[in-house]
Design a protein around this ligand. Sequence first.
Ligand code: B12
Ligand code: SF4
Length: 582
Amino acid sequence: MSLLPATRPDVILLHAPSVYDFRKEAIVYGPVSDLVPSTPVFEMYPIGFSTMAAYLTAQGKKVRVINLAVRMLNNPRFDVEHFLAGLDATLFGIDLHWLPHAHGSVEVAGLLKKLHPRTPIVFGGFSSTFFHEELILYPQVDYVLRGDSAEKPLLALLNAVEKNDGFAAVPNLTWKDASGSVRANPVSHVPLLIDEYEHGYEQMTRSVVRYRDLASIEPFADWMQYPIMPVMVVRGCNCECVFCGGSKYAFKGTMQRQMNAYRSPEALVKDMRSVAKLSRGPIFLIGDVYQPGPDYAQEVLRLLEEKPLHNTIILEFFYPPPPDFSEKVAQALPHHAYEMSMETHDPAIRARVGKGYSNEELEESIEAALRYHAERFDLYYIIGLPEQTPESVAATMEYSDYLYSRFKGDPRLRLFISPLAPFLDPGSRGFMQPEEWGYRLLRHTLEDHRHALLEPSWKYTLNYETEWMTRDQLVDATYQAALDLNRIKRKWKVIPETEAAATEERIRRAIAVMERVDHVVETAKSPEERRQLLLALKTEADQASISTVCDKSELEWRGRGLLKFRPLHILRTAFGSVTSRR
Ligand code: B12
Ligand code: SF4
């Protein structure tokens, strides 16, 4: 088990922070990331980094993943330029997957280009795909790989870069030819069979040793304490949620995907078992296992029942699962939890948004899930929907009170609300046909969004308002709903009294700092004065952007077992294979 010198990677995949200078800028990012594991820096990198790394590694290439955002977040003195200067690879890849990275990703590419002018840079991900024509025009961007499946195209691009030839044959590639003209190859690689794209978490473990760098592969800041691991069910989606850049409409229009690609039940369960070898933490199945039909879902459960996993398995549903399904889930999964986004209490608005089911159907599902020992049932609401008014949001809160009364304050039922922020997704029906859906689009281009991210608060960053709510109303309704939901959870003793009191205090402070930012925006006499006044608010601004709509820890399943990782297996995976594969 000897440690060999670190090798030169063929590809380095880098994940940038949302706003590059977040350590210096004073911005109230707001509750944009309260319901995901990341902070407002959106430090989590796409799962696709691990599938691309696994695929290329299996083809004999060396891939290193670097989460620059997490490094900057965890160490305020981390010197980005110094770190980037020390990198060496044939190709750098940067994700602009989520639009909130519009600023950081392009800035990091600029730095890399300055430091390594001869190393090409490729962008990829959903937002890169949508904005590929604009993105390729930045001098620091050499290539954009479009589509939802870049594993094979990335290998083809790497081979072309090594030969400096054959770019016209790389599927899904937008590039500049020798004359500088932009060329966009067709998006011809949209696979329907995706079993060969494995998560590759074991490969990621090995790379820690290969590149002597654990700090750079952490998916998000708190991950070592809370190692939740995602496992993907599907590429694509059958639903048509109007705000979603991953809806059926958006996949068809932007990603050229006509049909969903599901991992087979065997491959899915294999992924889950390989995660369970490394970690005792929760496994989050991303994508509704019921979407391809009951046979698929039951086969997944049957395979799991053969040798039950002891991690908590979090199941995501887009529609309420039939109540008798919960019994089957309980048989197969000793520890499991449910997660659903019901968007609003109002079935008419929900149907308009894209999901037609009644509250009664949902309540029956919750009832069955809790009866069959679900550890949790998390329900999410969204603010910023067509036809949703401030009064409607208030009525959603009344419904939440009713739900807790119906389930007698069962603390396993967890309700969350957050704004659709910072952006209405590019490629969604709301973004593409705003008038039809009652959205007023305030930003259109990639450059618009890059600038929007530097606005002093999330109110000014939002790329939309609706016919029913202005940006001010969206912000006010969000904080009011947060106060109401916190009060309801306190009343039903779903959260401890101290947590409820602290959350209320944070929400009130967030409201106050938003008002102070507005005051600065309205009264500053020059851009410089505005900047200085905002900088004086930096500490409060940072504090007002984490755990506002709820205490972030409420999202976490920390319940069972203190030691989440399986250290011996990790050591065997990391060292055993690293030495044998060289
Ligand atoms: C799973 C998921 C999540 C997980 C994230 C898991 C993860 N680490 O990736 C969670 C729930 C945490 C999440 C959070 C968010 N999400 Co999300 N998420 C999804 C979802 C449902 C599936 C995407 C997926 O995993 N695909 C499969 C994996 C294997 O592929 P992949 O990661 O996309 O990577 C492939 C390609 O995209 C591409 N690629 C990606 N990066 C790169 C980089 C390079 C260099 C190259 C070459 C290729 C490439 O190649 C990869 C391999 O084939 C989609 C909706 C959908 N139906 O697809 C929304 C979606 C991607 N999310 C979205 C959004 C907006 C967010 C949030 C910003 C929401 C918020 N405000 O909090 C956050 C951002 C989180 C962060 N960075 O911290 C939008 C993005 C729209 C847009 N264009 O901006 C989507 C489309 C829909 C939605 N609204 O949920 N999300
Ligand atoms: S928000 Fe709706 S359309 Fe988007 S991935 Fe989820 S279920 Fe599918």
